[in-house]
Design a protein around this ligand. Structure first.
Ligand SMILES: CC(=O)SCCNC(=O)CCNC(=O)[C@H](O)C(C)(C)COP(=O)(O)OP(=O)(O)OC[C@H]1O[C@@H](n2cnc3c(N)ncnc32)[C@H](O)[C@@H]1OP(=O)(O)O
Ligand SMILES: O=C([O-])CC(=O)C(=O)O
Length: 381
């Protein structure tokens, strides 16, 4: 009998909640204190002071870069920004109606096919592929955004920083300093979060020793789900569906009566406020004022209050990122792709960590099926 078919009395831990599945020095998520550290640095410090270039370097390498390391890293990111023309050609032939995350998942897989280094196994090459992916996922996302709007993709601009260039490739216009900072903050806050579902997926895949593109393609698939990264898209849909503050109470009643879920609320780890939410909330407030459309922010504030009163769950990172990204002119169905453009840094850091002293990840199921039984020929069933 294989391990899976052995009868066992032990019970499965649903969702593997609380199970320690790896040693990791990348990120601490303290769910009772509401504290998040990337490589020991508090997310509040990073949100206020660091750029995504510094944060992604930190996640990959374990330390913040000094000036010359940062300059080299920025140059490397810039060098890799363009994606193969074949990806653009393929994208133009894929259905425009496909969800952007499905397009991103497909393009990432295809990028691996066109990367001559994809199967390289040295640490140096794997680090280079990681940097390439951190650089190119935003280029893919911007191309997806523009092509489905019937526009040509915009070539990257090497005079712009990572976040500024991302905004530029999305909109075709040089972004303001404020818009660049807003994107930088979103990228910093979403970059890493321990063994969440998509990161765990990336580690499970890389542990079988395929190539990094395979692991990232799988991670994008996991992030797409609405219980994970896909929740931000659902939050904006919810706000639009509710439409005004007066409709929040009946909406909540309806969700409860139908045993539904409040998207952007609850968390597998945080029992207190998600430490990232306040940063997104404050920026959403500011942009709501600046755009003269404070309604979505104000509705979010009221939702937060009423949902907490109803289910005693705080909002998570996906909640205020919805109104915020809406104010930034990003369409709702692209939000999860923006999330992926950030979380790629965490995924790659975990992939490199997993490969250092790798062991295949293979838990065991508590078999609850039939005892052994005899095959019955089809004519006798
Ligand atoms: C980047 C991220 O991935 S952050 C999370 C993004 N996802 C969402 O916002 C989707 C809505 N939230 C949820 O579905 C959940 O809170 C999750 C998936 C995030 C966490 O799930 P769990 O770890 O099971 O959380 P928890 O133990 O608190 O949930 C227990 C019960 O509380 C209730 N609950 C938790 N969150 C919610 C919610 N948002 N709305 C309604 N009820 C909820 C449910 O009854 C849940 O049981 P169920 O999942 O069987 O329906
Ligand atoms: O950690 C989790 O379970 C979900 C996640 O990715 C995040 O909150 O950023």
């Amino acid at each position: 009998m294989s391990a899976d078919t052995e009868k066992t009395s032990s019970e499965a831990v649903k969702g593997l909640k609380g199970i320690i599945a790896a040693d990791s020095s990348i990120c601490l998520v303290n769910g009772t204190e509401g504290k998040l550290l990337y490589r020991g640095y508090n997310i509040d410090d990073l949100a206020e002071n660091a750029t995504f270039e510094e944060v992604s370097f930190l996640l990959l390498n374990g330390e913040l870069p000094n000036e010359s390391q940062l300059a080299d890293y920025q140059n490397e990111l810039k060098k890799h920004r363009s994606i193969p023309a074949e990806l653009i050609d393929t994208l133009k032939n894929l259905p425009e109606s496909a969800p952007p995350m499905a397009l991103l998942r497909s393009l990432t897989s295809l990028a691996g096919v066109y990367d001559p280094d994809a199967e390289e196994e040295s640490y140096e090459k794997r680090l280079e592929i990681s940097i390439k992916l951190i650089s190119q996922i935003p280029t893919m996302v911007a191309a997806i955004h523009r092509i489905r709007k019937g526009l040509e993709p915009v070539e990257p601009d090497s005079s712009l920083c990572h976040a500024g260039n991302f905004m530029y490739m999305l909109n075709g216009e040089k972004p303001s300093e404020d818009a660049t900072r807003a994107m930088d903050l979103i990228l910093t806050l979403h970059a890493e979060h321990g063994l969440n579902a998509s990161t765990f997926t990336s580690r499970v895949i890389i542990a079988t020793l395929p190539d990094i593109y395979s692991a990232i393609t799988g991670a994008i698939g996991a992030l797409k789900g609405k219980l994970h990264g896909g929740a931000n898209t659902e939050v904006l849909k919810t706000l639009f569906e509710i439409g005004s503050i007066e409709n929040i109470t009946p909406y909540i009643k309806n969700v409860r009566e139908n045993k539904g879920k409040f998207m952007g609320f609850g968390h597998a780890v945080y029992q207190v406020e998600d430490p990232r939410a306040k940063h997104l909330k404050e920026l959403s407030r500011r942009l709501g004022e600046e755009t003269g459309e404070p309604k979505w922010y104000e509705m979010s504030i009221e939702m937060e209050k009423q949902v907490y009163a109803e289910i005693k769950r705080n909002c998570n990172v996906d909640f205020y990122s919805a109104s915020l990204q809406h104010y930034m002119g990003i369409p709702g169905d692209l939000f999860t792709c923006i999330f992926a453009s950030s979380r790629i840094a965490g995924w790659c850091a975990h992939i490199l960590e997993q490969l250092d002293g790798n062991k295949i990840i293979r838990p065991k199921a508590n078999y609850i099926g039939y005892e052994e039984r005899s095959y019955v020929p089809v004519s006798q069933r």
